[in-house]
Design a binder for this molecule. Sequence first.
Ligand code: AP5
Length: 221
Amino acid sequence: MNIVFLGPPGAGKGTQAEKLAHTYSIPHISTGDILREEIKAGTDLGKLAQSYIDDGNLIPDDVAGGIIKNRLQKDDAGGGYILDGFPRTVPQAEMLEKLLEEMGSGLDRVVYLDASPEVIVPRLSGRRVCKQCGKIYHIKNMPSAEEGVCDVCGGETYQRPDDRPEAIRQRFQVYRDKTADLIEWYDKKGLLTRFNADIVKEETFDELKELFDRIEEGNGH
Ligand code: AP5
C-alpha cells in the first residue's frame, strides 16, 4: 500500500508512521530523516539542506523530488511505503503524481493528521531524537528510561535545531503558506482521510490501523 502522511509540524507523522511501517512491514520514507542523515554524513546534499532546515524553510522542490525519485526506485519500496514529509508543496505533489504514473503505480490514500497549534508547540519543544537510530521521544509524553539515552540503541538523544522557538514559528508559517494547500488538492482527488491528531497517540494509531487494514483488504475509502 502506498500512503502519504500530511500534517503540520509536530502532528505526530513520524511517530505514527514509524509504528505503522513496523506493523505492516513497509518502509517509512521520511524526507526530513533522509536530509538529517545527509547532514550528519557531511554530503553536498547535506550541506545544501542544512541552512534551509535549521531556519525552518523548505529545500527546493527539484531537490526534494530527486530524493524521492531515487528512494522509490529501491527494491524495498516495491511492496508499498509510507511517505512522511513529501510532498510538501503542490509542485511536489504534481512531481509525485507524474513519477508514480511512470512507475505504473499510484497512491492508495493520503492521511491528514490534523492537530491544533496549542497541542503541537509543546510537543515540538519537548521532542528529543536519538542521534544514532532516529527514535523519537518527548521529555514528558514519551521519555526515554534514562534521560538523554535512547532505549533502543543506547545512542545520545538531542533536540533538533529546528525545534527552537523561532524555527518552529517559521515552520508553521511555511506549512500554512505552502503545504496546507495540499489538503484541498488531495481532497478533490478523493484521496484524503482526516484524523484527529490532538488526542493520545495510541487512539490515533488504532484509527490509522483500521484504515490500513481496510486498504490491505482492498477497501480503503
Ligand atoms: P520533517 O522532519 O519532515 O519535519 P516536520 O514535517 O516539520 O515534521 P516533524 O518531524 O517536526 O513532526 P512530526 O509530525 O513527524 O511529529 P513527531 O512524530 O516527531 O522535515 C524537517 C525539515 O526538512 C523541513 O522543515 C524542511 O526544511 C526539510 N524537508 C523535509 N521534507 C521536505 C520536502 N519534501 N521539501 C522541502 N523540504 C523538506 O512528534 C512530535 C513530538 O510530539 C514528539 O516528541 C512525539 O513524541 C510527540 N507526540 C507525537 N504524537 C503525540 C501525541 N498524540 N500526544 C503527545 N505527544 C505526541
